[in-house]
Design a binder for this molecule. Structure first.
Ligand code: NAD
Ligand code: USQ
Length: 412
């Protein structure tokens, strides 16, 4: 297949591009580099050093003999999206290219507006380009389990059968997301579903849980093929963060009681799930939803698991909850559709946690301890990011050094 990977320079897009390339697909990678600009804005860097977009594409050719077609540009630019699609002529598009941090979207009005404009407009431009050029292109879009929130009933895969006053219908599952970022995914889902209905597009929404892990079969072939690893309080995700905290002697930062339960998956399963979705495309006009996670754990359970595997003393701190979310709740979410297609999950075993701890240990000299604590407060409408010197008594935090160009174009 000819597969265009949008967000191909990111944590998940890069290893997915290599994985698909190695399996014989012709892969194009699209990115505007904004993820690297957020690092500059936040004054942090990936735990694992990463090569530039150019370098990593060239290195893949050296190592594998395979070519990736590279497109540098912004999905919020409709001409760029249209020209890229016309030039690459994909059979399928895998869309990772969004601002993906919930805390980043909750910093202040500017960051909320930026996140929703970037994500919703980018996806809308893509839908138009597909509808105008080739409605047979299969869109595989990364959504999130967080679209559903934590209702007090079982979560289904996208749709729920409801009987109301004697009549029955199958309707989109109710959404109760927990940040302006997660809301952007809900808006995307609605737009994609509508586009499938009116234009007959074929789309798969992968409602992915929280990803952990770093190395894949392809990224370990050369240090310049490594993907990024975020550990900071804004972009780092929970299990990866706990591993970095353990090796640096920082207490593990459980927010609140830690009863928050989330669907989790190994980065290797992200690659496998995307491949399964591509191999079994949605029908014309079909908006299909798969819940893409393999196991669920509470935050407190994950902290305990990391503490148990760490070869040393790790302590757990229950910090005041910076977000607005339920700390104790019912959680049972269906996730059978990818298993039915043949997914063979890589579960969160002791050796998997040890392997993430090993990545963290190998690079722990690059950790900025001032970047670890959470710095974004959901209840505040103004930025709660403070200067890194901690002189104001609020503890270590970030400096907002620079504003990515995307923000000013986002209407601030
Ligand atoms: P990431 O930030 O590392 O990668 C996203 C990439 O998209 C970045 O390289 C960024 O520069 C690019 N991008 C963003 N906006 C763009 C635009 N307008 N035009 C062109 N490129 C743009 O994020 P990730 O962790 O790899 O996540 C990828 C996708 O998967 C996101 O959509 C995210 O919401 C979803 N997801 C991630 C996780 C996770 O745990 N990482 C879990 C569930 C869902
Ligand atoms: N948490 C802690 N301590 C930490 C970090 C997080 O207790 O140090 C808690 C949070 O309060 C939350 C849970 O852990 O309850 C997950 O937080 P997270 O930052 O790991 O993940 P989240 O904000 O949900 O976002 C991540 C990705 C996002 C993706 C989402 C999948 O950044 O792109 O959409 O996971 S899901 O959670 O299923 O919506």
């Amino acid at each position: 297949m000819r597969i265009l990977v949008l967000g191909g320079d990111g944590y998940l897009g890069w290893p997915t591009a290599l994985y698909l390339s190695r399996r014989g697909h012709q892969v194009g990678v699209v990115d505007n580099g904004v993820r690297r600009q957020y690092d500059v804005e936040m004054g942090v860097d990936s735990l694992v050093p990463i090569a530039s977009f150019d370098q990593r594409v060239d290195r893949w050719k050296d190592v594998s003999g395979l070519t990736l077609d590279r497109f540098e540009g912004d999905l919020t630019d409709p001409a760029f999206v249209s020209e890229t699609l016309a030039s690459f002529e994909p059979d399928a598009v895998v869309h990772f290219a969004e601002q993906r941090s919930a805390p980043y979207s909750m910093i202040d009005r500017e960051h909320a507006v930026y996140t929703q404009v970037n994500n919703v407009v980018g996806t809308l431009n893509l839908l138009y380009a597909i509808a105008e050029q080739n409605r047979d292109i299969h869109l595989v879009k990364l959504g999130t389990m967080g679209e559903y929130g934590t209702p007090n009933i079982d979560i289904e895969e996208g749709y729920i059968e409801i009987t109301h006053r004697g009549r029955t219908d199958v309707l989109p599952y109710p959404k109760q997301p927990g940040s302006f970022y997660h809301l952007s995914k809900v808006h995307d889902s609605h737009n994609i579903m509508f586009a499938c209905r009116i234009w007959g597009l074929r789309a798969t929404d992968l409602n992915q849980g929280i990803v952990y892990g770093h190395d894949t079969e392809e990224t370990v072939l050369h240090p310049e093929l490594a993907t990024r690893f975020d550990y900071d309080g804004v972009f780092g995700t929970v299990l990866n963060r706990f591993c970095v905290q353990a090796v640096t002697g920082h207490p593990l930062t459980v927010y609140g009681s830690g009863g928050q339960t989330r669907g989790m998956l190994n980065i290797l399963d992200t690659l496998a799930c995307v491949e399964l979705a591509l191999e079994h495309p949605a029908d014309p006009g079909e908006f299909r939803v798969f819940n893409q996670f393999t196991e669920s754990f509470s935050v407190a359970e994950m902290a305990e698991m990391v503490r148990a595997e760490f070869n040393g003393d790790a302590t757990i701190d229950h910090l005041p909850m910076p977000r607005v979310e339920k700390e104790e709740h019912y959680y049972r979410a269906a996730h059978t559709k990818l298993l039915d297609l043949g997914l063979n999950p890589h579960l969160l075993t002791r050796s998997v946690i040890q392997s993430i701890l090993a990545v963290a240990e190998a690079h722990k000299d690059r950790v900025d301890p001032g970047a670890i604590l959470p710095t974004v407060e959901w209840r505040s409408t103004a930025s709660t990011l403070v200067t890194a010197d901690g002189a104001d008594g609020n503890g270590p935090s970030f400096t907002v050094a620079d504003v990515p160009s995307g923000i000013s174009s986002g209407g601030s």
